[in-house]
Design a protein around this ligand. Structure first.
Ligand SMILES: Nc1ncnc2c1ncn2[C@@H]1O[C@H](COP(=O)(O)OP(=O)(O)OP(=O)(O)O)[C@@H](O)[C@H]1O
Length: 327
């Protein structure tokens, strides 16, 4: 039943180029969810490691929320399985679900109560959470200074962060956030980004679903892109944007350089991009050889950098739209 572009396996390196932790916090194995004639999620296999800030990307209707609802045990998969901290969700619900904190869409908050009282109220439903833990989560989400104010007076970003504080009350290993930056202004987005990094440095793993590619680009160490319920790519942002061994050269006479390079066996694919930069492979794949080649031809590069691709373009290429109906 699998359809769509193949998954491209890539190296297990993080955004910063560091090796990832080997500890798998969440694994989905061939996870599928079918609604009548529609495959909302199709054979999805994902792995999230400790400390990952994992972007779960896809256009509207791609299957992100359905996947998250399965991970949270809110709906049952049609096929496949979910492992959280090495235990199958289907058989260890009560053990593993407390290890996961989630914020799905806008948080349900008591607007007439203070931030702290909201945390207390949820804490008592959870069976009691210590004052110390409430202090910790308020500090972590940057609301310690506003904890006594009524939530009614909070900005949208502060409400979102209070929602995350609620998700953190039980000190989960995995935090799942569905579109956390939705509706936030630029300052709110920066605060959210800082919070994600703080969570990761606390050893938490974060799964963020989003259709805002540029947002995910700045926050996430890894991304999985889904389209029509299927995984089309799982990789680092670095690998996603890296051109295939090409270089982008800015120089005064780009058309002359292009003409010259296109005569070379390695330069057949050279072109000038929409910003006027020369994009080309290099002799022997080495940037310094390209530099030398151009200099010897009297064409001095101002800059020469590995070419990157436009993220939005990649996203659109990978997620060509469709209905997801079973044909
Ligand atoms: N309860 C349901 N019954 C029938 N179809 C459903 C149900 N829930 C989701 N779907 C369908 O499954 C597909 C995936 O939906 P889902 O909400 O998971 O996508 P999404 O990636 O989260 O989209 P968005 O970004 O718009 O929230 C869609 O085609 C949707 O219409």
């Amino acid at each position: 039943m699998a359809y769509g572009p193949p998954v491209v396996p890539e190296t297990q390196r993080s955004h910063a180029g560091l090796s990832r932790s080997n500890e798998v916090v969440l694994r989905t194995n061939n996870l599928s969810k079918q609604y009548k004639q529609r495959m909302a999620v199709n054979n999805l296999s994902l792995e999230i490691h400790k400390g990952d800030i994992f972007g779960f990307l896809g256009p509207n209707g791609a299957g992100k929320t359905t996947t998250i609802r399965m991970i949270l045990g809110l709906i049952t998969p049609t096929a496949g399985s979910i492992e959280i901290l090495g235990k199958e969700l289907a058989h260890h619900r009560s053990q593993v679900l407390p290890r996961v904190g989630a914020l799905i869409e806008t948080p349900a908050l008591y607007l007439y109560m203070s931030g702290r009282d909201n945390l207390r109220a949820v804490g008592s439903v959870l069976g009691g959470v210590s004052n110390k833990r409430i202090d910790e989560v308020l500090e972590l989400v940057g609301l310690a200074g506003r904890q006594k104010d009524r939530v009614r007076t909070y900005s949208l970003g502060m409400k979102q962060r209070l929602g995350i504080a609620i998700a953190l009350l039980q000190d989960p290993d995995l935090v799942i956030l569905d579109e956390p930056a939705n509706g936030l202004d630029p300052a709110g987005i920066v605060e959210m980004r800082d919070l994600m990094h703080r969570l990761s440095s606390e050893g938490k793993s974060v799964l963020i679903s989003s259709h805002l590619l540029t947002e995910v680009q700045q926050i996430c160490t890894r991304v999985a892109i889904i389209s029509l319920g299927s995984l089309v790519r799982e990789t680092t942002i670095e690998n996603l944007v890296r051109g295939e061994g090409e270089f982008s050269v800015r120089l005064e006479n780009a058309p002359a350089a292009l003409q010259l390079i296109q005569k070379e066996s390695w330069g057949k694919g050279a072109h000038i991009d929409e910003d006027g930069a020369l994009v080309t492979a290099a002799p022997g794949g080495q940037g310094r050889n390209l530099n030398l080649y151009l200099v010897q031809a009297g064409l001095i590069p101002d800059t020469l950098t590995p070419a990157t691709k436009d993220l939005e373009k990649i996203f659109l290429e990978l997620t060509n739209s469709g209905s997801g109906d079973i044909k």
